[in-house]
Design a protein around this ligand. Structure first.
Ligand SMILES: [Zn+2]
Length: 218
């Protein structure tokens, strides 16, 4: 099972990736996690990535690709993987296809989790977190017992600057502009499946599992 998960911030893609990885016992590869791991293990790519991050720069494509390449060469990925956060661009997708092709493999499916934009905005802007104990609430879906205060420690809840309406709208626009060519690339190759990300985590997971089964992937 070689899967790529796509989805805007706030659609629950990371959670779905964790569940799929656990269900099918395949590693979930998240680019953020890999970068942190490579830096910790001081691999050549990790050293380069750290140098960029220390200078406040974006980690270049070549470094991210190198890190993913190292990861996919590990025995743990021999029987498949769930990729989350990579590829982000068409050149990265082409590199991924080439890496797999070199091993006589290809991607099985690209699952694009979609939620109407207004719903994503509601999900993200409703989040409130506790600055003291890091507990996370949602004004609509997981409200604290006393509005505005943490259930666990009683501290006043805050909205992360990432979750304000303006920032959220901006992040979504950036994401859409960035990934539109990638989605078109996979759609043209018949690899892309859109999955409705509305509803409970369990429902969405069930839709993905059914889709994979319909494509003979799992
Ligand atoms: Zn708290």
């Amino acid at each position: 099972m070689r899967l790529v998960l796509l989805g805007a911030p706030g659609v629950g893609k990371g959670t779905q990736g964790d569940l799929l990885a656990a269900k099918f016992q395949r590693p979930k590869i998240s680019t953020g996690d890999i970068l942190r791991e490579a830096v910790r293990n001081q691999t050549p790519m990790g050293v380069q990535a750290k140098a960029c991050m220390d200078q406040g720069k974006l980690v270049p494509d070549a470094v991210v690709i190198g890190i993913v390449k190292d990861k996919l060469a590990e025995p743990v990925c021999a029987h498949g993987f769930v990729l989350d956060g990579f590829p982000r661009t068409v050149p990265q997708a082409e590199e991924l296809a080439a890496m797999l092709k070199a091993k006589g493999l290809q991607l099985d499916r690209v699952v694009n989790v979609t939620v109407p934009r207004d719903d994503v905005v509601r999900r993200l802007t409703g989040r409130r977190s506790c600055p003291k104990c890091q507990a996370v609430f949602h004004i609509e879906f997981a409200p604290p017992k006393r509005a505005g205060f943490c259930d666990r420690c009683g501290a006043e809840l805050m909205q992360r600057s990432d979750d304000t309406r303006e920032t959220v709208e901006n992040r979504l626009t950036v994401y859409e502009n960035q990934t539109a060519p990638l989605i078109a690339y996979y759609r043209q190759r018949g690899l892309l499946s859109d999955i409705n990300g509305a509803g409970t985590v369990e429902h969405v997971q069930q839709r993905i599992v059914e889709l994979l089964s319909a494509h003979g992937v799992a």
